[in-house]
Design a protein around this ligand. Structure first.
Ligand SMILES: C[S@@+](CC[C@H](N)C(=O)[O-])C[C@H]1O[C@@H](n2cnc3c(N)ncnc32)[C@H](O)[C@@H]1O
Length: 378
């Protein structure tokens, strides 16, 4: 698909699935969840302006686990004029309410037509609400959010048509690059979750009768539970095939230490997960070292449009330590969270990728607050 046909494709997606309405709903829902957290936790009881540190102190939260999620949630509420930023004489940023924090009726919201089509997503967005007090107080870590019983919830959310779009785009991007090749590629999906990227490419190649373009799909995640679920779902869907290989792989550790040889993979694909890499500069170079000469590294997913407006997947993301415990760099990662495509591209360039692409074009989604697509480098 070239740029003209991709425009058509996006239009059809919108018609079929009310994608824009759905994703806007999830962003709105995330804000409602934050309001409910703030209301239930009585984080702003009056109109006094507070720094995040002062909130933490007043509430007796743990500094380590609360600062970044609270910063992110405050930024979000500022975008909706529920909070405003006040910079005092001491130059510290304080937040103050512009009105009483709303107490949204989440059930009612879910009953709306769009809400009903997204049960996995709305339930998942409620996890931060469920565990907010424990997490902000530093009593719990990732286990609750990735608990065994919540893995199917995550996977149902990842499989939502709106969440599947970046994988479809990645498949199309890769197909455009490989369709005329004579030697088959090895592709590795990292942070695979439910292997949407792999599935999308597999299905696209199947529909074209060109599965022979791939020698191996390596599906990887650092979570055994996600990987096990992936394996059984792929076997259910496509039967047993040795074209699929499953591998535990931690994005925050060296590929060599995890048994991956240098220059051994043609494509490395991460869908909505590369913000969990702690040190982009170092790890992008590591990733480059396992790519073959002409190999591409792709980040597919949702990116921020500007740094001021977070995207709904960051709400539950922000409750994980690795989401905000990252190495910042003013050139390409000025703060924690999901970056813009341009900043991600700068990070690739900084790590020695000499050719980069943002695809499809930046304005493809019209008047939405985010970009959905691919940033790739080689
Ligand atoms: C937001 S989900 C995205 C899942 C999937 N790629 C998708 O978009 O459908 C993030 C995934 O990254 C994985 N993950 C988080 N930290 C990781 C790490 N350090 N190494 C590898 N995978 C990680 C999680 O287990 C989870 O499956």
């Amino acid at each position: 698909m070239g740029n003209a046909t991709i425009q058509e494709w996006v239009k059809n997606k919108e018609k079929d699935l009310h994608i824009k309405v759905g994703l806007n709903f999830l962003n709105q829902y995330a804000i409602s969840v934050i309001c409910k957290i703030f209301y239930e936790e009585a984080i702003f009881k009056d109109f006094e302006a507070l720094t995040v540190e002062e909130i933490i102190q007043k509430k007796g939260y743990s500094e380590a686990s609360s600062k970044r999620p609270l910063e992110l949630m405050c930024t979000w509420l500022c975008t909706k004029d529920i909070l405003k930023k006040v910079v005092g004489e001491d130059q510290k940023v304080r937040y103050a309410t512009t009105k009483t924090i709303p107490y949204p009726d989440l059930l009612q919201l879910e009953k709306s037509v769009v809400g009903r089509t997204m049960p996995g997503a709305t339930q998942l967005l409620q996890l931060p609400l469920k565990y907010a007090n424990e997490i902000l107080s530093g009593q719990t870590t990732n286990e609750k959010l990735y608990a065994h019983h919540s893995v199917p919830l995550w996977q149902s959310y990842f499989s939502h048509p709106g969440m599947y779009i970046p994988s479809e785009l990645a498949a199309q991007f890769i197909y455009n690059k490989i369709k005329n090749r004579t030697d088959p590629i090895i592709i590795m999906e990292v942070g695979a979750g439910s292997a949407n990227g792999t599935r999308a490419l597999y299905e696209l190649l199947l529909s074209k009768g060109q599965l022979n373009l791939v020698e191996k799909f390596i599906i990887s995640d650092f979570s055994e539970e996600f990987l096990e679920n992936c394996e059984s779902e792929i076997k259910n869907k496509y039967g047993f095939q040795d074209i699929f290989e499953y591998k535990l792989f931690d994005l925050n550790s060296s590929p060599a230490k995890q048994g991956i040889e240098k220059a051994s993979v043609d494509y490395i694909l991460g869908v909505n997960c590369l913000h969990y890499i702690k040190d982009w500069s170092m790890q992008f170079q590591e990733i480059r070292s396992i790519l073959k000469d002409e190999g591409w590294f792709l980040s597919a997913g949702y990116f921020r449009d500007t740094l001021n407006i977070p995207f709904h997947i960051e709400l539950h993301g922000s409750f994980f330590e690795e989401y905000h415990d990252v190495v910042l760099n003013e050139k390409f990662r000025p703060e924690f969270g999901i970056m813009t495509p341009e900043l991600f591209e700068s990070a690739l360039i900084n790590s020695g990728y000499s050719e980069t692409e943002i695809w499809p074009q930046r304005d493809i989604w019209g008047n939405l607050d985010f970009y959905c697509g691919i940033v790739a480098g080689r």
